[in-house]
Write a protein that binds this ligand. Structure first.
Ligand SMILES: Cc1cc2nc3c(=O)[nH]c(=O)nc-3n(C[C@H](O)[C@H](O)[C@H](O)COP(=O)(O)O)c2cc1C
Length: 293
């Protein structure tokens, strides 16, 4: 991660077992991400190599928790200094590593998140058309069904802004990896009580960790996002929330949102395959999404 802009607050040198270690406390202003966000980093170094690292940020502390991130970081630094003087092996053997940089090269070109819990419903049919269209264009496709996966809801701990990764390890790891490398992300959502279904919302919120990864580490990748929305009732107003939620999701990940592809009146029509021209219109939306920008 880019350390540029970090201010050195404190530095201590410790001679232990014939080795000189340095402990540093750094402060970074992350208010370009969130108002007033400050991150503190404690690093244990031997010459230039980092042996251990602890991070905390001001958004981790909820209003009822009086801990201040700087005080927490100072306490970690004091503890490490003591441990270094008494038992350096203990601190050096503990796990402090961060994830290696992501290899985006092994992802599919197109990722489809099929947000309907009904695998064989109208969203499922639209997604199968997307897959066929992308494959006809010679592009690889991965399809993801959130409702079949183990995805814990985001708990708002903000620890992803320390490391760029989530504290939970579940099926989101694979989803984030797939999305990180794709050119086109297709999110297909039925309208449930005016918004997206719970399983899809869990996925969207958990992408906060990817927002952290991208914001802290940067990415030059150009990606596009296409929403397919399906509503039971008639009228565009039924998609107001879904389009806002999914557009925010794309923008959060720095993806370019394409015009949403919205299909209403499913309570009457029942089956998208009976709608004239629909498949051809979707094919053309997908082709637009696949154009290199
Ligand atoms: C729990 C639930 C809530 C729904 N809420 C709405 C709604 O607020 N507005 C709407 O137009 N349709 C609503 N619908 C209808 C679905 O959007 C519609 O049936 C859609 O075709 C479902 O997609 P699927 O065929 O892929 O399952 C709801 C359906 C369910 C099961």
């Amino acid at each position: 991660m880019d350390e540029a802009g970090a201010i050195l607050i404190r530095k201590v040198e410790v001679l232990s077992g014939g080795v000189t270690y340095s402990l540093v406390l750094l402060e970074e202003d992350l208010s370009s991400l969130y108002p007033g966000m400050i991150r503190y980093t404690v690093e244990l170094k031997e010459k230039e190599s980092i042996l251990a690292r602890f991070r905390t940020n001001s958004y981790e502390y909820s209003p009822t928790v009086p801990n201040e991130p700087r005080a927490v970081a100072e306490r970690v630094m004091d503890r490490w200094e003591k441990e270094l003087r008494s038992d350096p092996a203990g601190i050096l053997s503990s796990e402090h590593s961060e994830s290696p940089p992501r290899n985006e090269g092994d992802s599919a070109d197109v990722v489809v998140i099929q947000g309907s819990p009904r695998p064989d419903g109208n969203c499922g049919i639209l997604c199968s058309w997307v897959v066929e269209e992308a494959e006809m264009a010679g592009r690889s496709v991965a399809i993801i069904f959130p409702h079949d996966l183990d995805i814990k809801p985001c708990i708002g701990c903000y620890q992803c802004y320390n490391t760029g990764t989530c504290t939970f390890s579940d099926d989101m790891d694979g989803i984030i990896h797939a999305v990180s490398g794709c050119d086109l992300l297709v999110v297909c959502s039925p309208v449930y009580t005016n918004t997206v279904p719970a399983g899809l919302k869990a996925v969207i919120d958990r992408f906060q960790a990817f927002h952290a990864e991208r914001s802290l580490g940067g990415s030059n990748k150009t990606q596009k996002g296409l929403l397919l929305g399906v509503a039971g009732r008639k009228g565009e107003r039924n998609f107001l929330c879904v389009t806002r939620v999914v557009e925010s999701f794309f923008l959060n990940l720095s993806m370019k949102p394409l015009s949403p592809f919205l299909v209403d009146r499913m309570d009457e029509v029942r089956d998208v395959r009976t709608m004239p021209e629909l498949r051809a219109r979707l094919a053309s939306a997908v082709r637009e999404g696949l154009e290199r920008s």
